[in-house]
Write a protein that binds this ligand. Structure first.
Ligand code: AMP
Ligand code: MG
Length: 580
């Protein structure tokens, strides 16, 4: 581990809090406070991600060492680590909440790996900081396990996310009132080490703006561009060096405008991904939205099983359902408007901010069209390309988006969603089954298609329903939809046949956007139940399965199954709270 090199730019380039005590307080004029992780009684490594370890050049022997558990349990620092907690604010459930900050996250340092990549290492649950307010700075095993597994699962799904290196049991109990019903109980504690190029959130900028700490805000923005968006420095030049003062200030304004637009576009891409895989974040407060467009802060998140756009996994959100599945793109937009307001003072006029916000809408809409079409095997512009794969110039977005063809596709998508909802069908399993059907052929005389005419639904759909009565009630309409859809797929394959398109290739392309495995809430809960009894083996099995979420692997059939009946109303499966 001693080979790890740290280059802690956040604390060397931005002003810090001179006060070193962990006493809860308002911190002014600083982007961070120096803190030290509070040691734990018996740090024990419960799980680690070998891919995340490899990013740091850590081999299995290093990970298995006692020292690893001590470092990532918060009991020891490596040379070069300079722990801190960041200051940020945020809008929570639509209301400005003032200073929040890293109340239970402690960054250890910015490791720079052999490829020059920067990975900030951050412990979640390592003890109190000046931002802990009345809370303890700790985290329970159940929530840490969920964050650990979901971070890596998202990565393997191709969804931008913070990563997770390790899950360390603390050997200490943490008291939580899980359902906020006056029944606090001790639970095992744990610490996740998260990794990201940056943990900056929209709320970091908002805090300085709200306090009119304009110079700090400006410094943070330019620091972010410099460290985390180096391509913009290349494109617009370094605002600090060369040229006349006017030229420098113009370059700096253009750079900041491009940066704002890029944050908006990355957020749009992230929302498209969440809608693609059926992920519901659960607490999309502005302090939980990454400026890099990463999924961040896994709390009471959940995965859609029976399709319901109004579903929220977060019991704290059950009343207003602000963070329900179908509302996520609108909430992200609302958050970006707040972000734009915070940056208002940096721009002489509103135009760049409006342009960025418009870019969000445009990018999201085009991405959503392309993504939903691809999920049904109806993508027209080749495989749907997520952010970073040349999609920035509009390539990878289905050709003809907005044209008559795409309107027909969107009608089909809407009708399917209506059916999924009314017939209570599993979002993930249904899309996967559609891919299997395409693989068998889509012409009128393909056996499954021929049987549709007699009202017989394909056996591939047997396992996607949660309610027999609803299935029966919707079967005729579903059969009609399936026939209409397969006709569209057939037409698309025919029109692209000169380019070599076949049902089999379409099936494969669909299986690349429609995962077979997602971290269903009950799967995480099974792993939690075992881990709380001292058996972490299910974490390892799940992690292994979730490495290849698009593959067919009979060994993991259990993990690909629809939600069992016991989980329908079980706490931790259908209901989650922020108490973690
Ligand atoms: P969240 O909604 O989990 O993103 O957290 C909102 C704010 O509460 C952040 O400032 C967190 O650092 C803080 N927070 C949440 N849980 C704890 C805890 N157990 N101890 C200290 N601060 C916490
Ligand atoms: Mg948070």
């Amino acid at each position: 581990m001693d080979h790890l090199e740290f280059d802690n730019r956040f604390v060397t380039e931005l002003p810090g809090d001179p006060d070193t005590s962990p006493e809860p307080r308002q911190v002014f004029g600083a982007a961070w406070s120096p803190v030290t992780p509070t040691p734990v009684v018996a740090p024990r490594l419960l799980a680690h991600s070998r891919e995340a370890a490899a990013l740091l050049g850590l081999d299995e022997a290093a990970v298995a060492s006692d020292r690893f558990a001590r470092v990532f349990g918060g009991n020891e620092l490596l040379p070069g680590m300079q722990p801190w907690a960041a200051a940020y604010g945020g809008h929570q459930f639509g209301h400005w909440a003032g200073q929040l900050g890293d109340g239970r996250a402690i960054s250890l340092g910015e490791a720079v790996n052999a490829d020059g990549e920067r990975w900030e290492l951050q412990l979640k649950g390592a003890g109190p900081t000046p931002y802990s307010r009345t809370a303890d700075g700790r985290a329970v095993l159940r929530s840490s396990l969920r964050e650990f597994l979901c971070s890596e699962a998202m990565h393997h799904l191709g969804v931008p996310t913070t990563r997770a290196l390790s899950l360390v049991g603390t050997g200490e109990a943490v008291i939580r009132d899980m359902l906020y019903d006056g029944n606090p109980r001790p639970e095992p504690g744990a610490i996740v080490c998260r990794m990201a190029p940056s943990f900056l959130r929209l709320g970091n900028y908002q805090l300085f703006a709200a306090r009119k700490e304009d110079e700090l805000l400006e410094r943070l923005v330019d620091f972010t561009i410099d460290r985390d968006f180096p391509h913009l420095v290349e494109q617009f030049g370094d605002a600090e060096v060369g040229g006349s003062a006017t030229a420098r200030s113009q370059a700096s304004a253009a750079r900041r405008a491009a940066w704002f637009a890029e944050v908006c576009e990355r957020t749009a891409d992230l929302m498209v991904h969440w809608m693609r895989v059926g992920f519901v974040h659960g607490v999309m407060n502005t302090d939980n939205l990454s400026v890099l467009g990463l999924t961040i802060d896994y709390g009471p998140y959940g995965w859609l099983e029976d399709f319901d756009p109004d579903w929220t996994p977060n019991t704290t959100d059950a009343q207003g359902r602000r963070y329900r599945f179908g509302h996520q793109p609108a909430v992200a937009q609302w958050n970006l408007v707040r972000f734009g307001e915070a940056l208002r003072g940096l721009f002489p006029d509103l135009e760049p901010l409006e342009a960025g916000l418009n870019a969000y809408v445009d990018r999201y809409n085009r991405g959503y069209l392309a993504m939903t079409a691809a999920k049904l095997g109806l993508g027209e512009g080749g495989p749907w390309a997520p952010y970073g794969d040349g999609a920035a110039d509009g390539a990878g977005v289905a050709g003809g988006a907005g044209g008559p063809a795409s309107e027909a596709i969107q009608g089909m998508v809407r009708d399917l969603h209506g059916l999924l909802y009314r017939a209570e069908m599993d979002y993930t399993l249904t899309h996967r089954a559609l891919g299997e059907l395409v693989g068998q052929g889509v012409s009128g005389d393909t056996p499954w298609v021929a049987r549709l005419a007699h009202g017989v639904l394909p056996a591939e759909l047997d396992e996607v329903f949660y309610d027999e009565t609803k299935r029966e009630a919707q079967a005729p309409e579903l059969a009609t939809w399936l026939d209409r859809w397969r006709g569209a797929v057939e037409a698309r394959i025919l029109s692209a046949s000169s380019a070599g398109e076949t049902p089999e290739l379409t099936r494969r392309a669909m299986h690349q956007v429609n995962p077979k495995l997602v971290l269903r809430n009950w799967l995480a809960q099974e792993a939690i139940d075992l881990a709380e009894q001292g058996d972490p083996s299910r974490i390892h099995e799940l992690l292994d399965a979730l490495r290849r979420p698009y593959d067919e692997d009979p060994a993991y059939a259990h993990f690909a199954a629809r939600r069992p009946e016991w989980a329908r109303h079980r706490v931790g499966c259908s209901m989650l709270s922020c108490s973690s």
